[in-house]
Ligand binder design. Structure first.
Ligand code: AMP
Length: 176
């Protein structure tokens, strides 16, 4: 995969959603047919021989990459959503934000089709790693294993990857 082309396809928006934040906008990447399909091919090649049973994606940008990857691997997709969005019985996990906390949930029967399911967790970006840590914990709570957590972008200075590596293997396509 052409890493330079992938990096250049992501639009950077200063001071969004608030002053001081540089927002990495992946809409320009997923809107680029060549880049998006090369990325999904790259990820599918990485996981195709690792006996993956499910791809789990974190709301909402993780759904875009996760659903495409699950389809490419021929496995099911499991959504990890913000609190209150999933309609059936859930397990939930809180995580800290800069101020206060947030919570993500998963359906408790999400991996029921496979015992000891092997799962790849995906999101667009890892910053502090709080969201991803909560996602990995949910996968483990359900008795499944997180084979790897994968991100398109890693914001190095926030240290989230090292913290997540205490819970599972981590792969980041681009380090910024
Ligand atoms: P964190 O829990 O701090 O690792 O934050 C990761 C989540 O927040 C991901 O779902 C990202 O989509 C989003 N996010 C955090 N920082 C940024 C950023 N600078 N640009 C775009 N999305 C971000």
């Amino acid at each position: 995969m052409d890493i330079q082309k992938l990096a250049h396809s992501i639009r950077k928006i200063p001071d969004y959603p608030k002053p001081g934040i540089l927002f990495y906008d992946i809409t320009t990447m997923i809107g680029n047919d060549e880049v998006f399909s090369e990325l999904i091919e790259f990820l599918a090649t990485r996981y195709k021989d690792r006996e993956i049973d499910f791809v789990a994606g974190i709301e909402s940008r993780g759904f875009i990459f996760g659903a495409a990857l699950a389809y490419a691997l021929g496995v099911g997709f499991v959504p990890i959503r913000k609190k209150g969005k999933l309609p059936s019985t859930t397990a939930s996990e809180k995580y800290s934000l800069e101020y206060g906390f947030d919570e993500v949930e998963i359906h408790i029967d999400a991996f029921e089709r496979k015992k000891n399911a092997r799962v790849v967790l995906i999101d667009d970006l890892i910053a502090t790693g709080g969201t991803a840590q909560a996602g990995v914990k949910l996968i483990k709570t359900l008795g499944a294993q997180c084979v790897e957590a994968v991100f398109i972008l890693h914001l190095r200075e926030l240290g989230g990857k090292a913290k997540l590596e205490e819970l599972c293997d981590v792969h980041c396509v681009l380090d910024i």
